[in-house]
Design a protein around this ligand. Sequence first.
Ligand code: SF4
Length: 375
Amino acid sequence: MHLYIHVPFCRSKCLYCAFLSWGYDPDLVSAYVPAVCEEIRYWGQALGRPETATVYFGGGTPSLLGLADLESILRTVRDHFAVSPEAECSLEANPDSCCAAGYLEQLPGLGINRLSLGLQSLDDADLAFLRRRHTAEQGQEACRLARKAGFDNLSVDILWALPGQDEAKWRSELRALKGLGVRHVSAYALSIEPGTDLEKLDESGRINWPGEDDQARMYLQGLECLQAMGLAQYEISNFAGPGYACAHNIGYWQGRDYLGVGPSAVSCIGSRRWKNPSDILAYCASPVQEARFLYSAGLSLREQANELIMLGLRTVQGVSLAAYTGLSGEDLLAGHEDLIAGLEARNLIAVDQERLRLTPQGMLVSDSLIPCFFH
Ligand code: SF4
C-alpha cells in the first residue's frame, strides 16, 4: 500500500489553486500534528501494521512543518506501519519555506529521500502573476540547496500554457531547468479551477491565453525538450530520468491500495473508498472515525473497471487488456471496434495484444478520449 499525508497549510493562496489549504497558523499546526499522528496510529493498528511502499507528504505546503513535527509524524508512521528502508519518502516543498538554514540538510536524516519543489515557473513576471511567494532566483537556489543537502531524487513542478506564453518562451523555460540537476519534472497546463481567483480574472476577459494550436505545439515540444534532457514521459504530465519515476504516483495509477491521512485526504483500500472531513477543525476534533471505513460505500466492479481505464490511460504504458478482463470479465475492446479504428487512424491511440494506450497526440485530448472507453 501507499501512505499519503495531507498537510493543509499555506502562507497565502496562489491565483490558480483549488487545493484545500488553510492559512499557516502555529496554533492550528499544534492541533493538526497530534491529530494526524492519532489517525496514523489508528489505521496502523486497524490494518495490522501494513507494509507501505511509499510515504508522501503533500499539500498545501508540507515544508511549512518544522523538523520536530515531521520527525514526530514519521516516527508514528514507522511505529505503526512496516516501512522498508528503501521506501520512497517524498516531501512537497516550496522555495520560500524550505531554504531556512539547516532545514533541507536535516530532511534526509528524518528519512525523506525525495523532494518535490513547487517551482511553477522560472520567470519573475509569471511567478508574480501566479501569486507565488518566490522569485525565479529563489526557485533556482532552492534546487541548488536541495542538491547540496543530498537530494539526488529531486523533482520540480512547472506550469505551462500560461497567459502570454509562447513556444519560444516555454522552450527557454525548460532549457533553464537543465542546469538544476532535477531528475523528475511534473509539467501541468495552467487550468481554470472553479472558485479560484484565476476563474474570476478569466471571467473579466483580460487574460491572453495561448490558443489551442499553440498549446498543442507547446505540449509536444515540451515532450521533446524533456526527452532531450534525459527525462522520459511516463504519464500525461510526468517525466523522469531512469529510475526516478515517482513510485507513489505510480501506485495510484496502477490501482494499488492507498491510505490518505489528514483533512480531506482520500483513501482506497480494496473496493472501499472514503474521504476525511475537509474542515480542519472538524478533522482535528475527530481524526479517527471508524464509521468512515465501515460505512463508506464500496465501489462496484463496473466503477473499478472504469477506474482502471481512467488511471491506466494516463500512463505511457496504457491499460492492460488482461487486467481489465480479469476485473470485469469483459473484453475492453469489444464494442469499440469502429472507435478504435478511427482513433488509430488519427494517431491518437495505439493497441497491441496486451495493452491500449494513448499516443502523445492522444494525451493532449485525454479528458475527452478516456471516457469513450468506459463500459
Ligand atoms: S502553495 Fe500550492 S497548495 Fe498552497 S496555495 Fe499555492 S498552489 Fe495551492
